[in-house]
Write a protein that binds this ligand. Structure first.
Ligand SMILES: [Zn+2]
Length: 249
């Protein structure tokens, strides 16, 4: 049983709802994820039917992932000043192209592509431009790892919001995520992967953005700065988000 980290929203007549993420928003974000996944499946199935029951290889693989495992949809409720609102992203670029009204593209090619650890940790000024172009979050202080993790759904949300407001303003406020990860290994999970976890910790620790992740029972679980310092941080978060030490619910 997870203890809610913030009080549920109460709206009084004539007042604005408090800015804290709350229970109802987790459910709303879950339905956004479902709506986007369903739309991708519907678009591809319609395309398949219109084409006599066949799809090209890439589209067929995308449909199989959308219906099975290997494709993540994430929706977030942003209260980072200047970016307020709901946003949905998907780990598949092809899926995004099938439902561009519901799913954001999620940043530039360079942001999604990230940079290798060797380049990210090398202080040589020769890499400054590449880091500047790929950088996201406050003052472009974070670059996603190379190899594909920058094109996961949660980084795409962060990339999009960074570009929306400008990196110098991508700080403060809060982000509430609802992650629909259908893992071949673990089954359904609401956890970010280790790379995305590290990125969210950076947002919390360096950019003063309060990060919340919706739990299996629709509670906003806060990723506190202390969580990120702990060696068992990922496991601890997983217990609160998925209800056990390993992803899966
Ligand atoms: Zn990830």
């Amino acid at each position: 049983m997870t203890t809610p980290s913030v009080a549920p929203i109460t709206v009084k007549t004539g007042t604005v709802a408090p800015l804290d993420p709350a229970l109802n928003q987790c459910k709303e974000l879950a339905s956004q994820n479902k709506k986007a996944r369903d739309d991708v499946k519907n678009q591809l199935n319609a395309q398949k039917n219109a084409n006599g029951g066949s799809l090209n290889q890439a589209d067929a693989a995308t449909l199989a992932k959308a219906e099975g495992s290997g494709m993540t949809f994430s929706s977030a409720f942003s209260q980072v000043p200047g970016t307020e609102g709901m946003i949905t992203a998907c780990s598949s670029g092809i899926a995004q192209g099938k439902s561009p009204d519901l799913i954001v593209e999620g940043g530039t090619v360079e942001q999604k592509g990230g940079l290798s650890k060797k380049i990210r940790t090398d202080c040589d000024s020769a890499h400054d431009e590449a880091k500047e172009v790929a950088g996201v979050l406050c003052d472009k202080s974070h670059v996603h790892p190379g190899g594909g993790a920058g094109a996961h759904a949660e980084p795409k949300i962060v990339n999009h919001l960074t570009n929306l407001v400008g990196a110098e303003k991508m700080k403060g406020g809060s982000l509430l995520f609802n992650i629909d990860w259908q893992s071949a290994k673990y089954g359904p999970s609401g956890m970010p992967c280790q790379h995305c976890f590290a990125m969210l910790c950076h947002a919390a620790q360096e950019c003063e953005i309060r990060i919340f992740i919706c739990s299996h029972d629709h509670q906003p679980v806060e990723l506190s700065k202390d969580d990120c310092k702990d060696d068992d941080a990922y496991t601890n978060l997983c217990k609160r988000v998925d209800g056990g030490p390993r992803p899966g619910r």
